[in-house]
Structures are given as C-alpha cells and as structure tokens.
Ligand binder design. Sequence first.
Ligand SMILES: [Zn+2]
Length: 413
Amino acid sequence: MNQDHIIKRFISYVTVDTESDPNNPAFPSTEKQWDLAKLLVEELKEIGMTDVTLDENCYVMATLPSNLDYEVPTIGFVSHIDTSPDFTGANVQPQIHENYDGSDIVLNKEENIVLSPSYFEDLLMYKGQTIITTDGTTLLGADDKAGITEIVSAMEHLINNPEIKHGTIRICFTPDEEVGKGAHKFDVEKFGADWAYTMDGSQVGELEYENFNAAGAKITVNGKIVHPGYAKGKMINSMTIASDFINRLPANEVPEKTSGYEGFFHLYSLEGKVEKTVLQYIIRDHDRELFEKRKEQMQQIGADMNAELGSELIEIEIKDQYYNMKEKVVPVMHIVDIAEEVMKEQGITPLIKPIRGGTDGSQLSYMGLPCPNIFAGGHNFHGRYEYVPAESIVKATNVIVGIAQKVAERFKN
Ligand SMILES: [Zn+2]
C-alpha cells in the first residue's frame, strides 16, 4: 500500500468543496456534491470497478466482482461525500507534516492558529507519523473523505493483486450524511449486499455497532394573557408552567452529566411568552426498554400536570428519530467478529464502544442492510482542528482488504 499515492488521492477529494446544507430540502442539499460524485465515478471506472453508477439522488455505487469459484456473501463498504455545515469546507488547503515530533503544529501563522497536543492529547499517539491538517481556516473533510480514500484504495489494491481472494464487493458513496439524510434515498435492494460497513469512525481501532435510540419531543404549554394589574385568578403564565415541567424531569439525566450507556433528556430549545411556551427536547437511550420508559415518563409528567392544573394546557408530541442498530446487528454478530478479528491480526486493538449519537449505518440497518461502523482515522471532526494521520488511512485501507479476504476464507466450505 503506497502511502504517497493514498495521500494524493485524499487531497484530490478534500480540495473539492462538498459542504451540505441542513436548511435546503432539496436532495442532495447542495449541487456541489455532484462535483465529487462525478469525479469518483470516473476514478472508479479508471481503476477497473464494474457497474459504476451515479443515480438521480447523487449516490455513487460500484462493484468489484468476486474472484472465487464458490459462493460467499456479498459485502459492502459505505462512506459519505459531503462535509459538515458546522464549518466551511470551501478552499481547503491541506498541510502535510511529515515525521511529526510531538510539538505544536502551527496551522496559520498570520491568524495564530495552533494545533497543540497540550489541548488535543490524541496527537501524541502519532509521533513520527505524517499528519495531514488544515491551514486553520476551514475544516479538513477527513470526515468522511478519509473513508472514501480507504474504500477506493482498497478496491484498487484488490484489483492490482488478484492473488488476494475475495467475494463480490459493493461500494457506495452517499450525499448528505451530515444533515442526517445519507440513508434516506439509499437503494438497499440495488446495492444488494448481505451486510456493509460504514468507514466513518475516528481513531484507529474504532468499531461500533451500538448507537442511541432517539426521539424528538415538542412540548407546547398554552397560557392566558391578561393585563398584569387585573390578572389575579385569571392569568396563566405558560413560562412558569414550562419551568415546572423542566424541573420534574430528572436533573442528572442530561447530556452534560451522562456518558457511556447512560441516556438523557436534552432540552435544546425554549421559546416562551405568557400565552405560549414551546420546549424542544431530544430523548436518547441505548436500551430500547429504557428509551420507551423515558417517553412514557415525559407523557406522564404532562398528564399529571394537566390534572393538577385542571385543564389540558400541556400538549406533548413525541416522534421517534432512529433506533439502536444493535437489535439488527446482534442476530448477525459474525459481521462484527470478522472486523474485530481482522483488526487483531493486523496489530490493531479494537475499540468497541457505544456511539452516543446515530450513524447512517443505524438507519441502513433498519432498512435491511446491517451496517456497523469502522474507523476512518481522523480526529476533531467538523472544525478547523480536524486532522488525520496518513498512516491511519493506510491502516483502515488494510482493514477493508482484510475483511474481504476473511469473508472469502470464512465462507469456504
Ligand atoms: Zn462522517
């Protein structure tokens, strides 16, 4: 695996602006995502992939045909084209720092922007390696162009080394992951894989198959406005009732006081006047039963308060957003075991931990494509301090090749 070749490929992707837009209902949410999609189609044809397609929703798919004389499951690898709208992805100027010595990396002299291991300790894991950073004014887009680089490079490696045996491999690059829609128009049937992996994690070794169950809750409190001088017994202040509602939820079950498998209620928006107050919550829990209980608990508080107030002043609307992929992955746990075994064989310590969020893979898992997440190698996503060690991109590429090989061995009768 030639590291310089891989770095060149990575840079050719990150210098194409593909920022997505959460406020545009169009699909894809930005036209510029087509630029990279089209470039990828050409490149995939060039390296010798077959069935290279770009559909009307900007999903790129391609096949690497099996070189076996027996049947094995078809596996897939997925990553996303877009970069986060949290920070600009226009005019990315990647900086390459070879043989990193463990000191501060000056990203931008004029603006005094420094990537320092005293703040970002993870950097020290990569002493002696080649670190790719931004120039401090944009994000890098290693999330998830490192993933695309790894998948394309692994396919190229398999094509150039036909002695490595593998079954049919499908790959897909999706638009709009960062705005939560990467799986929305994913044609799982056309993809036709038995399972897949998103290459969209962070640190080397990350392997994730558990994520939150998620719901959004909108609480509307209706009040009554009356002249304050004549309000006795008449005014109903919706803000006071709303603050009572907030205080009846468990004070310690909030994002800033939980970690690991602990769930929470997160109040992320409060808009109020006397007449009407709207609270917006997200509800999260890895455990499906506890998740259902949290939703019931919220409904119960509303019902209790309405009873106490003697009027239906509180309306609660709860909508499920996504579910823990664990339910879909555990019945096919070998797909995680295979990735774990490959990492161990390649000297990588698997870091298996629950995601405190969701991934495209969780939606895909519920659409019939079980889809754990594997590290892509980058750190500090969605901002100016984003970086990726070139060695980590190479390691993830090797893991893809290893998984392809292992599936061929494992299903040989
Ligand atoms: Zn990502």
